[in-house]
Design a protein around this ligand. Sequence first.
Ligand SMILES: Cc1ncc(COP(=O)(O)O)c(C=O)c1O
Length: 378
Amino acid sequence: MQRSETSLKKGGHELKHIPISQPVIGEEEIKAVVEVLRSGRLSQGDRVATFEEKFAQYVGTEYAIAVNSGTSALHVALSSLGIGKGDEVITTTFSFVSTASCILMQGAKPVFVDIDPKTYNIEPSQIEHRITERTKAIIPVHLYGQPCEINKIINVAEKYNLWVIEDCAQALGAEYHGKKVGTFGDVACFSFYPTKSITTGEGGMIVTNDERIAERARMIRNHGQRVKYIHEILGYNYRMTDIAAAIGIVQLEKLEGFIQKRISNAEYYNKNLKIKGKTFVANNVRHVFNLYTIRVRNREGLIEHLKRNDIGYGIYYPIPLHRQPKFMRFCRRSLPEAERACGEVLSIPMHPTLTEEQLKRVCDVINEWMEVNDIRHA
Ligand SMILES: Cc1ncc(COP(=O)(O)O)c(C=O)c1O
């Protein structure tokens, strides 16, 4: 579904492929990487420390711990909270697999909850009756770049004394009531995969205000050691390289510009798409549009039309987590809103380098198909 930019001919005109996502790497990132390569110090070093410091400052937390992926960040977060066998962790069924696999990595049980069909985020009102004596934590996800109703989730967590781990993989820079996501829970995790708001190739970050969690997270990412060759707890090699961190430092400086462009792309779509199933933005949030997702009943027909017109697309996600072979034994119930969403969501090109001409072409192609095929269902 993702391709690099190529051109093809349709009716004698050049049609350039419009990718669904595109990392933005400039000469500054290249220079920063070359400097690290020339320095001879490639693994975790001072670039990682600088990236962590600047990242914590941007999000507004005391501590940031860099790791080699968003998945590692989630695993380290759960492990640093001591979540393990016999424990239950409540999360949304509509997310990337890592949100739930990190629970299994710790030998705990994922408990899946349905979504709000407007925002696709976890439905807070359904969390409380899934809490048992074994429940230890909640992992809410800020999906597509839109903050979930994190205040309500924090209230439930406080009532039952549960940890909250925010999965911010898609939502760096997003805000809920003027406050950045990643600052509400006990710990939060970010991803720097190339489709995310900023990239380091692969990479992730854990943030927290709790010194004990930060210290354990630092140990777990580096073989459970505080002092070299003294392994106090079970750890892994989840370290970020200085090569990746050098890219991250430069990307972080560009982040606000990237977000502004994503938001203006979304405004263009909201104004020019003639469909009902546009992205809904809740009140009092800053949605950072990691993805722009529309909703259509006859999705396959529109996908064929996008393919014919060489426009990239993605389905995030085609199968809810509770229906995945690895997870279905944990949930026999139907979670109808997520199941319906999986059959109807479609993400269209969204990245900072989209031109107005490309945005117009995406809208024209979708509107053209909707007019003929789906006006009643859109
Ligand atoms: C919601 C969510 N959680 C976790 C992850 C895992 O991040 P990574 O791919 O960096 O391991 C992703 C990445 O796609 C994600 O979208």
